[in-house]
Design a protein around this ligand. Structure first.
Ligand code: UD1
Ligand code: CA
Length: 452
């Protein structure tokens, strides 16, 4: 049977004091809502309906591969779920209900919930948690025999009910048809004047069905984010989880507490990461690399056995056995082939660098197609911009570029050519030629004596 997921994400998130919808705030480099969606897909959910309202347009633009359902007025969690009724008309199955602001939940936890729900053969299972501080949460009211009777919201609770520390995590499994039938009976007769999703439990129970409760093994997985303080707590937990997983897969982190790796980053075995290194976005790192200290990699694809220290690289590809740094900036659109050596104070942008080429010190290489085995002297600059347009520089295999050369693009240096140091190259250098483009030196004899 199908497992459908409804994710509630229409609320304002007032306490974030932000122009960005709450569910788009990033944790471990990824929007909270995306963490929730990924966990749901991990359990085998076949359709994800995300209920959006405030900041709906931004959410639509930032999140892909889900169905959006609009809730124009935020009348409560029950009303939010009801908004999906048309989209789910005529469908049977189990529905998993999640909130967009709980990025710490895991696929394992959701799998356990779905499994317990189907084993118990009930119409409704609520995931509860024993919270050290239950303030703000709905409380789970159980009968003498332990059966769940209902959920009472904090604002509607009596003093005795407030003492209960078993809370509603806002995560549930329902039989789809039973849920929608019960939702029709929910009223807004409560302290907040809202249509509470939580009321369906009592309605289902009064209809003669048992309510099942699954208790979360780790309450931190169920924490919701309402403030920037809670966002920082979630950030810490998720980063630690990511680092732990990488270490258990064979990655060495010299100091996990000062290493920042985004949720979806992949790193191969025996890679060693020194402190103060940020590895972000869709970055993929091979095996046996040594990275950092003090490096930042964003959306980088890196091969095996690369050494990089004190670098900033973004939206680029780096091949096997490349050495880079210190103090190197590799900018978008760059593809560095294997065994390339990039030394200190080098910037490379939108360029292809061939196998085993060397850029040892102080170069600016922009919009350049460089072959294999090229040696680029210190201080070489591709002059790629005339103030209006960008032009490309082409350098063939095994070219030797002397120190302090300017390559004024568009220009081509053909295979095997040599360029004398200090040249400003403005036209093609044919294959195997030597080009010298600098003023000839003139020596004035005894000049110093005459000056005196
Ligand atoms: C809800 C539960 C509470 C539970 C807590 C867990 C209800 C009535 N209460 O309370 O029992 O302990 O979650 O965190 O369900 N939303 C909409 N549309 C709306 C209202 C809310 O999409 O009209 C979304 C919000 O964006 C949020 C989620 O639903 O993602 C929960 O709403 P929120 O107002 O935070 O509910 P709580 O008061 O925290
Ligand atoms: Ca909440």
């Amino acid at each position: 049977m199908d497992l459908i997921t409804i994710i509630l994400a229409a609320g304002k998130g007032t306490r974030m004091k932000s122009d960005l919808p709450k569910v788009l705030h990033k944790v471990c480099g990824k929007p909270m809502l995306q963490h929730v969606i990924d966990a749901a897909k991990g359990v085998g959910s076949t359709r994800e309906l995300v209920v959006i309202g405030s900041g709906a347009e931004l959410v639509r633009q930032s999140i892909a591969d889900v169905e959006f359902v609009m809730q124009t007025e935020q009348l409560g969690t029950g009303h939010a779920v009801l908004c999906t009724r048309d989209a789910l008309a005529g469908i049977d199955g189990t529905v998993l209900i999640l909130c967009g602001d709980t990025p710490l939940l895991t696929t394992e936890m959701l799998s356990r919930l779905v499994e317990e729900h189907s084993k118990a053969a009930v119409k409704a299972t609520v995931l509860t948690a024993m919270m050290p501080d239950a303030a703000g949460y709905g409380r789970i009211i159980r009968a003498e025999d332990g059966a769940v009777e209902k959920i009472v919201e904090h604002k509607d609770a009596t003093e005795d009910e407030l003492k209960i520390c078993e809370v509603n995590t806002g995560i549930y499994c329902f039989d789809l048809k039973t849920l929608f039938a019960a939702l029709e009976q929910v009223t807004n007769d409560n302290a907040q004047g809202e249509y509470y999703l939580t009321d369906v439990l009592e309605i289902i129970r009064r209809g003669g069905d048992k309510i099942n409760a699954a208790i979360a093994e780790d309450f931190t997985e169920t924490l919701g984010i309402n403030s920037r303080q809670q966002l920082a707590v979630a950030e810490k937990i998720l980063r630690r989880r990511k680092n732990d997983r990488l270490m258990s897969e064979g990655v060495t982190l010299m100091d996990p507490s000062s290493t920042f790796i985004d949720a979806d980053v992949e790193i191969g075995r025996d890679t060693v990461i020194y402190p103060f290194t940020w590895i972000e976005g869709a970055t993929k790192i091979g095996a046996g690399c040594t990275l950092g200290p003090n490096s930042r990699l964003q959306n980088v694809t890196m091969g095996d056995r690369v050494t990089a220290q004190f670098i900033y690289a973004h939206d680029c590809e780096i091949g096997d056995e490349v050495t880079i740094g210190p103090y190197v900036h590799i900018r978008p659109g760059t593809k560095i082939s294997s065994k390339v050596k990039i030394g200190n104070f080098v910037e490379i942008k939108n360029s292809n660098i061939g196998v085993s080429s060397k850029l040892p010190h102080l170069q600016y290489i922009g919009d350049c197609d460089m072959g294999a085995g090229v040696n680029v002297g210190c201080g070489t600059v591709t002059c790629n911009y005339d103030g209006k347009k960008k032009f490309r520089t082409t350098i063939g295999d095994n070219v030797f570029v002397g120190c302090n050369t300017n390559l004024v693009a568009p220009v081509e240096v053909e295979e095997g050519a040599y360029i004398g140091a200090g040249s400003t190259i403005t036209k093609r250098v044919p294959k195997d030629n030597l080009a010298i483009a600098r003023a000839r030196q003139v020596n004035f004899a005894d000049w110093a004596d005459k000056r005196k």
